[in-house]
Design a protein. Structure first.
Length: 666
């Protein structure tokens, strides 16, 4: 039997070449029968290989039966096909998914959906890649795009404008994209556009009316938008905005009072005297009350009237240091104006966020001052209230009427609290003598006119009575007023403008007695008397005020206080502490070395003096004590006019004066 062989190839020539290679013989020894010429198919489907049947021409086996040869070749080909592995494939043809199953141990194909496709296999929806077979029922549902509007109308939230958007007259369509067979298939869609009938202007105008747009429609803009149909938003209707009412409010007048001007001659400018921090004085206008204004209603594009609210009057509360006078809010005290919500007040506080230096200038404030930074070299800070410094005071001067707090160091500086007491003690007696003479004038004017009224005569002008009294009895009255002003200027005692004018009026009496108090009765004289009484009462209260100083550390400095001085920290070195009350040096280590302590009350020091160095002095008045937890030596303690020197270290020392006026220690 002649042996038969079967070969496959993409075409007949390839199949013959495989036969020559496999059989190791030339073509002339082959008997070739073409079983199938092969087919490429369409898009990969229906593809078939070329198949040939080959018989070897062998003279020795020419006698073998042909049927036996065919059977032998068929058995061999079936055996070969059964042992070959081929992966399955899946593809898309005309919107249908076609699955080619695998052969042998080949892998099954997989399909992955996309967002625009719903993939259902055997009735189950799949959103991730999944395996498919030729026996599965596979359905792909293409999600249609949203219906594209041919136009869109929007009305603004405030109703004052209507917008029109006209889109191109086309419709988008989607379908499943064809794909070549592959082991892993990614489903996809393709989009294309279909033309539609374009809109007309009348259709759009009708749509605007149906939307409620009936006011302020610009038909020309509508026509342009319809003709272009470019998908851009166009404003096509406009309402009439309302004119809102204006509520009443407070016009903060003091904010416009900041003075940052300097002299034109820069050589004469002291940049430490820049007045850039706002404060007000008693009687100064803080704010002006502005009346409300009624507004005008408007109209929306939908024809709805836009109402306006009734205006409200200025809402405010008068706080401390402020009173209302007609349409003004007036400061009743000197200090820092502050508005918190609707509360208007004048607080005696000025906040300095950084350092007091050449950029801020010297600070002179009528209330309290809080400095978060340092007071730098050459600067001066003075306040009628209290001063609190969080940083260092170096080569500077700090003066406050109510007290000083330094939370860091005081170096080569002068700190003074309640410093006007000495100056007031000098001018107060002068003011009381002036008041005494003025009361004589007031009483004389009153008595003379009362007697004239009893006699039925017309009152005499007060100016004439004052003139006679000044010439014959009270010649020193104007001179004393002039001297008081000179002393105040010499001692640096600050006076308000009204106070200066008061004393100047008394001084001018001798020059212009008739013009200064020329009205009938004693009205002007009584006013001077009442003003002077108020000034004296205020001065006496200021003298009674005990202003304290609190600090942590001082070096080569001078500290004065009409109240107590407390050092709570490292202590003091080569420093003068002068207090009209008590001096306390505590803290860690709470040292006082070098310098001098002067106090009208007791003195307490945790560690006093030093074994070497400058002498340390402590002086208190009689009947007062000096208490030290530890004395290192080189200390001189004085009580009244007597003193004692301590050169040896001592622990827990108390020094006082007994009833026999002798200094005692224990």
């Amino acid at each position: 039997m002649t042996k038969t062989h079967w070969f496959e190839g993409s075409n007949v020539a390839e199949a013959i070449a495989k036969a020559e290679s496999a059989l190791k013989i030339s073509r002339d020894r082959m008997e070739i029968e073409v079983i199938n010429k092969g087919s490429r198919g369409f898009l990969g489907f229906g593809r078939a290989p070329a198949v040939i049947k080959v018989k070897i021409i062998d003279q020795e086996r020419d006698g073998i039966d042909d049927d036996e040869r065919v059977l032998e070749a068929l058995v061999l080909d079936l055996a070969r096909e059964a042992t070959e592995d081929r992966d399955g494939l899946v593809g898309v043809k005309d919107g249908t998914i076609v699955v080619i199953p695998p052969r042998g141990n080949g892998r099954y194909p997989t399909v992955a959906p996309c967002p625009q496709i719903k993939l259902r296999i055997n009735g189950i929806t799949h959103t991730k890649r999944t395996v498919v077979t030729d026996k599965d029922e596979i359905v792909c549902e293409v999600i249609a795009p949203e219906d594209q509007r041919l136009y869109e109308i929007e009305i603004s939230k405030d109703g004052l404008c209507a917008y029109l958007t006209v889109y191109p007259p086309v419709r988008k369509v989607r379908r499943l994209r064809d794909a070549e067979p592959a082991a892993e298939l990614e489903l996809a869609v393709e989009e294309f556009e279909e033309p539609l009938r374009p809109l007309s202007v009348d259709e759009v105008l009708q749509a605007l009316r149906e939307k409620g747009v009936v006011y302020g429609v610009d038909e020309e803009k509508v026509r342009t938008a319809v003709l272009k149909a470019n998908g851009l938003r166009v404003a096509v209707a406009f309402g009439r905005p309302a004119v809102p009412s204006k509520d009443g409010y407070l016009d903060l007048v003091y904010e416009r009072h900041t003075d940052t001007t300097a002299a034109k001659d820069e050589q004469k400018v002291d940049f430490r005297e820049l007045n850039i921090f706002e404060s007000v004085k008693a009687g100064e206008v803080v704010a002006r009350i502005v009346e409300p204004v009624q507004g005008q209603p408007g109209m929306t594009v939908t024809g709805k009237e836009i109402e306006v609210k009734l205006p409200r009057a200025a809402h405010f509360r008068v706080g401390k240091g402020v009173r209302q006078v007609d349409d003004r809010l007036v400061a009743t005290i000197s200090g820092r104006p502050k508005v918190t919500g609707n509360l208007v007040e004048v607080l005696p506080l000025l906040l300095i966020e950084g350092d007091v230096d050449i950029s801020t200038g010297n600070i002179r404030f009528s209330g309290d001052v809080l400095i978060k930074g340092n007071v730098t070299s050459g600067m001066t800070v003075s306040a009628e209230g209290m001063i609190k410094v969080l940083g260092i005071v170096e080569k500077a001067r700090v003066t406050a009427r109510d007290g000083v707090v330094c939370l860091d160091s005081v170096v080569n500086s002068r700190v003074q609290a309640g410093g006007e007491t000495a100056e007031l003690s000098k001018v107060l007696p002068m003011a009381k003598r002036i008041l005494h003479d003025l009361e004589i004038v007031e009483d004389a004017v009153c008595q003379i006119n009362l007697r004239l009224q009893w006699r039925g005569k017309q009152p005499v002008a007060a100016g004439r009575i004052v003139e006679v009294l000044l010439e014959r009895k009270l010649r020193d009255l104007p001179r004393m007023a002039k001297e008081l002003l000179e002393v105040c200027e010499e001692k640096g005692l600050s006076l308000e403008e009204t106070e200066v004018n008061m004393f100047k009026s008394i001084t001018n009496m001798v020059l212009h007695p008739v013009s200064s108090v020329a009205v009938p009765g004693n009205h002007n004289v009584s006013e001077l008397v009442n003003n002077l009484k108020d000034w004296i009462s205020n001065a006496e209260s200021r003298m009674k005020r005990k202003s304290e100083v609190y600090l942590r550390y001082a070096l080569n400095s001078e500290v004065y206080a009409t109240g107590s001085i407390t050092v709570d920290g490292q202590g003091c070195f080569n420093t003068l502490l002068s207090s009209a009350e008590r001096v306390t040096v505590k803290g860690t280590p709470g040292v006082f070395r070098g310098g001098q302590i002067i106090a009208a009350n007791d003195v307490y020091v945790r560690e006093l003096g030093s074994e070497v160095g400058a002498l340390t002095r402590v002086n208190v008045t009689e009947n007062r004590r000096v208490v030290c937890e530890r004395v290192l030596g080189n200390v001189l303690i004085g009580i009244g006019r007597h003193s004692v020197r301590i050169d040896e270290p001592r622990e827990g020392l108390v020094v006082w004066m007994d009833e026999e006026r002798r200094i005692r220690m224990r």
